[in-house]
Structures are given as C-alpha cells and as structure tokens.
Design a protein around this ligand. Structure first.
Ligand SMILES: Nc1ncnc2c1ncn2[C@@H]1O[C@H](COP(=O)(O)OP(=O)(O)O)[C@@H](O)[C@H]1O
Ligand SMILES: [Mg+2]
Length: 405
C-alpha cells in the first residue's frame, strides 16, 4: 500500500515509528508535510498538490495534525476524503476532538461517563453553574488547551469566579468542570485503533500537581484495563468519529470518566509503557481497510436520491419475529441491514441466516419508500437514540464514520 503520513514533523518519534513499521511490512510510506499541500478545487475534480505538483495516488493517509494548524490540516484531510483516499481519522473527527466543549457536547448524549461540565457566557450564570456541578473545587479549562496548559483547579467558588471573569475579559472561552478528586492526579490513556484498545497506560502527576500530563512531569505505567474502561474508551473514539485515538479517562468513583479524546495521540509514551508495537497496529489497521474500503454512509446519502439510513425496530408480535433476515426478504425491498442492535450486543453486517427477535433494532440503508412501508404507521414517529445520533451527525458533518452502539 502507498501510505502517506500527514505531518509537519518527519523526525518525531511517532512519525519515524510509523514509517519504519510500514516499511517493515512491505508498504511504501511517505511523510507528507501538511503545510506544503495546496487544495485544488474544480468541478468534479478535487485535487491536492504537494510542493507544486499533483500529489498522485495514495491508498491511505494517516493524519497527524498538530493543534496549531487544525484549520488547514483538517482542510487537507477533507480534501483527501473528497478524493476517496482512505484517511485513518476523518476531518470531522479531528475537528470534533479539537474543541473541548464540542467533544463534551457530542459525548454527552450517550451514556458514557464524563465529568459534569458547564459552559457559560454571562457573569450572572457563573455561580449557579458552579453550584449545579457540585460546588468547589472546580476545574476551569480553556477550550483549546493542550498538554495541561490552560487547565486550572480552583479551590473555592470565589477563586473560580475570579479566574473565569479574568479569562472572559481576555476573550477566552472557558469550560467549568467538576473536579474528579478521587482520581488523585492520575488518569488513563487508552490507545484505540478501530474497535480495540491496543494499549493503555496510567499517568501519575508529580507531587501535588493535579494534572497528569507527561509535559507536566507525569510518570507513566502500563495498565491492563477492565471491560468497562475498555468499552468506554472504544465508544468515546467511535462517537467522536475517530479510528485512531488516545482516549483520556479519569478513574472516578462511579467508573471511567472521559476527559478528552485525542486525534493525533503520541506513540512514544504508550510504546515505552506497554512495550507494544502500536505503530505497527495502526499500519495493519490501515492496510486492512484499504483492502476492504468502508462505505461512507453520509456521503452516499447525499448522492443517492430517495435512499436513506433508517432504524427499524421489530416490535413484539411482529411478523418478522422468528424469521431469518433472508426470509424477511429485506434485499428484495432493496434494503441492506448495516447493523443489528440486540440489547447490548452490536452485530455489524448480520448474516442473512440470522433469526430476528422482538426488540431487535436494525440500522438499514435502502429505499426510503420501502423502508417506510415496513414500519407500522403509529410507530413511525418514534426515533431511537442511534437514529437521532446519526441524523445529528449528518447535519453537523461531524463524522464520516458512523458507528453507533
Ligand atoms: N475534571 C477533572 N478532574 C480531575 N482532574 C482533571 C480534570 N480535568 C483534567 N484533569 C487533569 O488535568 C490534566 C489535563 O486536562 P485535559 O483536559 O486533558 O487538558 P489537556 O488537553 O491540556 O491535556 C488531565 O490529564 C488530568 O490529570
Ligand atoms: Mg489531556
């Protein structure tokens, strides 16, 4: 596979490791300097120029977009998407992850643990907001900070109010978040690739520092996550629309609390802590996907008039209960079942021999009219969270990779 690594740092550890891992597997990797790309638009022919020449054919590109060039970097990734190049992380996913408010908003509609968070504008709303999240101490965060810069712990409500006012006067938007004290300056970084956590480490803050960022002196140790932590990390990455992600979780008293989902997670700390070939896992994942490219449902929707993605729920007593998918003859109606949700189980691309049960939810792609005809009229108005989520994300242009659990 011809693989591009979109990065402005060809010599940094993560880039070098991915290049070496790709070469070792017989691929042809190249570092593409994000800032040397130009985006070329003309009707029917989106193109990307690199150092003044057309970039040529790539099978896959791994974006490593630094926070300082999010706008241009995501534009380059979006351009690759228009050119049908497989990108390990979508432009929408990267953009989602870059803004702490946006990420928390997207995550909050799902039942995944997260610290109670508020965002206020008016001075008079600050105090009630702090009280809603349980009072002091609180964490105050700049929306676009990284490496622990711009994350402040305020011990009292008075201090919190003063900090928020000062930051707002300086035209900074801030989040106010409940302080997860029981995590005691520790957090978990789970490295997600596709639907697996391929390595995890715990970061422990130095001394009485509460921020565990390695840039703030945090120490790392390998950790084996239990199912709950693993599932939460994978879901967080999927909700954000990221296939390669560093998910940061606090160890709250009620289980994992998602703090942040990083779209260009560093490899050095995690490879050192886990002694695993994380770079190799990312390359293998890209290679597997270029063999079987995913369908981008959202894009497909815009070009296929009359087709839609909808969720069908099989009610008790339905004629379909007990039938196999083949017997229910979905394909005769030009409907493909993308995913079957059964209780907590998610079955992507279910086999036609699978028997349907009451309460099964089927995420389908197909002819709108035919799908409507399968739903009893009174049930039509009900929308389930997955479908709402899907629609919301289609509107937001948030993710090119709708995976919903
Ligand atoms: N709500 C919180 N409760 C307790 N500790 C927190 C909380 N939010 C952040 N921290 C600590 O501060 C560190 C930095 O916060 P984070 O939101 O990840 O910002 P950054 O993007 O700068 O890394 C985290 O790694 C964690 O140790
Ligand atoms: Mg962080």
């Amino acid at each position: 596979m011809k693989l591009g690594i979109l990065s402005t740092s060809p010599r940094c550890y993560s880039t070098r490791r991915m290049i070496d891992a790709a070469k070792a597997r017989g691929h042809k990797p190249m570092v593409i300097n994000t800032l040397k790309c130009s985006i070329d638009l003309q009707s029917g022919k989106p193109d990307l120029y690199y150092k003044g020449k057309p970039i040529g054919a790539y099978d896959a590109v791994i974006p490593r977009i630094g926070a300082s060039i999010t706008y241009f970097g995501t534009a380059v990734v979006r351009q690759l998407e228009q050119m049908n190049v497989f990108v390990a992380n979508s432009s929408g996913g990267i953009a989602n992850s870059r803004d702490k408010l946006r990420s928390m908003q997207i995550l909050s509609r799902h039942h995944v643990g997260m610290p109670r968070t508020t965002f206020v504008r008016d001075k008079v709303d600050v105090l009630p907001a702090i009280e809603r999240i349980g009072g002091a101490p609180v964490i105050i965060k700049l929306l676009e900070g990284t490496q622990g810069v711009g994350v402040i712990l305020a011990d009292t409500i008075k201090i919190a109010e003063a900090i928020i006012e000062t930051l707002q006067t300086a035209k900074q938007n801030v989040l106010v978040q409940g302080f997860v004290a029981e995590s005691k300056g520790r957090d978990i970084r789970a490295f997600v690739v596709g639907d697996h956590v391929i390595g995890a480490m715990r970061r422990v803050a130095r001394g009485d520092e509460f921020r565990s960022n390695v840039h703030r002196g945090g120490q790392v140790e390998k950790v084996e996550l239990d199912d709950k932590y693993r599932e939460t990390a994978i879901r967080a990455a999927q909700i954000m629309g990221l296939r390669v992600a560093g998910v940061d979780l606090l160890e709250g008293k009620d289980g994992p609390q998602i703090m942040e989902v990083n779209s260009s997670p560093g490899l050095e700390g995690i490879e050192a802590a886990t002694q695993r070939d994380i770079a190799g896992a990312i390359i293998d994942y890209c290679a597997a996907h270029t063999d079987f490219p995913e369908m981008d449902v959202r894009q497909r929707l815009t070009v296929s008039k009359g087709y839609t993605v909808s969720e069908l729920v099989i009610p008790e007593g339905s004629q379909f209960v007990g039938m196999t998918i083949a017997e229910a003859a979905f394909s005769d109606r030009d409907i493909n079942i993308l995913t079957l949700y059964r209780g907590k189980t998610v079955i992507p691309n279910p086999k036609s021999s699978r028997t349907l049960e009451a309460s099964d939810r089927l995420l389908c792609f197909g002819k709108q009219e035919n799908m409507k005809s399968m739903v009893p009229t009174k049930a039509r108005k009900k929308r389930t969270p997955e479908l709402q989520q899907l629609k919301a994300e289609m509107v937001e242009h948030a993710t090119a990779q709708p995976i919903y659990q």
